[in-house]
Every structure is written in C-alpha cells, then in structure tokens.
Design a protein. Structure first.
Length: 213
C-alpha cells in the first residue's frame, strides 16, 4: 500500500503505529553502514557550521536530536571532551553504535524526556525530516534549550524534493517554513544553503537553520 498521500498534509500525525513503523525501519537501517555510517569526516562543512554556531562548548551540555549512530556526536566529543554530549534517538539499534563518552537516550523528539532548559545547545542533522509532527518537534527542541542557547538544524530542501527516494513519512522543508517555526521560540533565526564542503557551491539539497533562543 502506498501511504505517501497521507503525509503531504501539514496535519500528519505521529500515531503509535507510525512511530513503531519508523523505529522498525531505522532499527533495520542500523545494519546498513554504507547509507547510515557511524562516523563522519570531521572536516565537512556540516560539522564546521555546528561548531561555529554552537561556539565554546567546554562544560556545556549539548543535545544531538535524532542522533542515529552518533556520527556528529562522536566528532563533537572528540573535539570537545569537556562538553557533555547527549544523543537522543527513536531507534535503539542506532543508539548501540553511539560512541563511548556520549550519553544516549531512547525517545521521540516530539516528546523529549528532558526538563525545560536542560541543555545549553542542540542540533539535529537529517532527523527532523522524519519527525512527522514537525512543529511539535521544533517546539520540543526549543523548550529543552536554555534562553540564549543555540540551535542548528540541517535537513533537506523541499525545493529539491524528488531528488532522492524517501520513505513516505519523510518531509523536506523550505527555508521560510522552518524559519517560521523556529521564530515562534527563538529571538534570532537565519538559514542558508550548504554543501558538504565549504569551498564547493551548494547544489540546493541541504539547508541549515541557525537559531538563538
Ligand atoms: C537519517 S538518520 C540521521 C541520524 C544522524 N542525525 C546522522 O546525521 O547521522 C535519521 C534518524 O532520526 C531518527 N528518528 C526518526 N524519527 C525520530 C523521532 N521522532 N525522534 C527521534 N529520532 C527520530 C531515526 O531513528 C534515525 O536514527
């Protein structure tokens, strides 16, 4: 059965059944190291952008939202051992790959199991696009970050839709759409096109949103 038409609406719901299906899909994907690698080249622009926007991390607590195998958290932990990096993901099988030294937590970004302002900063790379209830997830990410804390979201551009095969629940965003959701909670929001390498012009697939709560 093709479920895709059910997800075109902004009102799509992350029901228990859908959440279980997404989790099972990523549990299976955890065994696919080619498409879901546990490591990442620390020189890529995604990493640099997160580091630059988050700033000094010594003694800070940072949440990786939808961390998967923790490839970004691994780099941050290696580069900033005095920061406390926590990864949250729906898939326990993904979390099994998380590096030692990074604290992990299973759960949904639409209902983060943390108190308000528990983190100094948060980032989400290619995970918000799977949250289904996007405004709820954005609101949760912002809730758990302290006032003045920084947030980075990296995801794919709705204008590039169709370029890759995606599961039916996956949603890509326009710059304006996510800027609008972040502005409900953050005092500064900007976005830009990015590519994997700083000196390679963006090809329109990836966008980054940078916010200050
Ligand atoms: C494409 S992977 C990206 C993982 C990681 N951020 C990275 O860049 O390597 C998407 C991740 O989002 C997780 N995910 C999907 N829906 C989620 C939700 N509602 N809450 C938390 N994590 C979720 C999946 O389990 C998967 O690990």
């Amino acid at each position: 059965m093709n479920w895709r038409h059910l997800f075109s609406r902004r009102s799509a719901r992350l029901t228990g059944e859908l959440r279980a299906r997404i989790r099972a899909s990523f549990d299976r994907a955890a065994g696919d190291e080619v498409h879901f690698p546990a490591t990442i080249d620390p020189r890529i622009y995604h990493v640099k952008l997160i580091r630059r926007h988050l700033g000094e991390l010594t003694g800070r607590r940072v949440l990786d939202v939808g961390c998967g195998k923790g490839r970004f958290a691994r780099v941050l932990h290696d580069q900033e051992p005095a920061a406390e990096i926590c990864g949250l993901d729906l898939s326990l099988e993904m979390l099994r790959f998380a590096p030692a030294g990074v604290c992990v937590c299973a759960g949904s970004m639409t209902e983060l199991p943390f108190s308000d302002a528990a983190f100094d900063a948060a980032y989400a790379t290619e995970s918000l696009e799977h949250a289904v209830e996007i405004d709820k997830a954005v609101s949760e990410i912002c809730r758990v970050v302290k006032p003045g804390g920084r947030i980075v979201i990296i995801d794919k551009n709705a204008r590039a839709s169709g370029r890759l095969q995606t599961p039916e629940w996956e949603r890509w965003f326009t710059r304006r759409e996510l800027e609008g959701l972040l502005r409900r909670h953050c005092r500064h929001v900007e976005s830009r096109d990015i590519s994997y390498w700083e000196d390679v012009p963006p090809d329109g697939l990836f966008l980054a949103w940078l916010a200050v709560k």
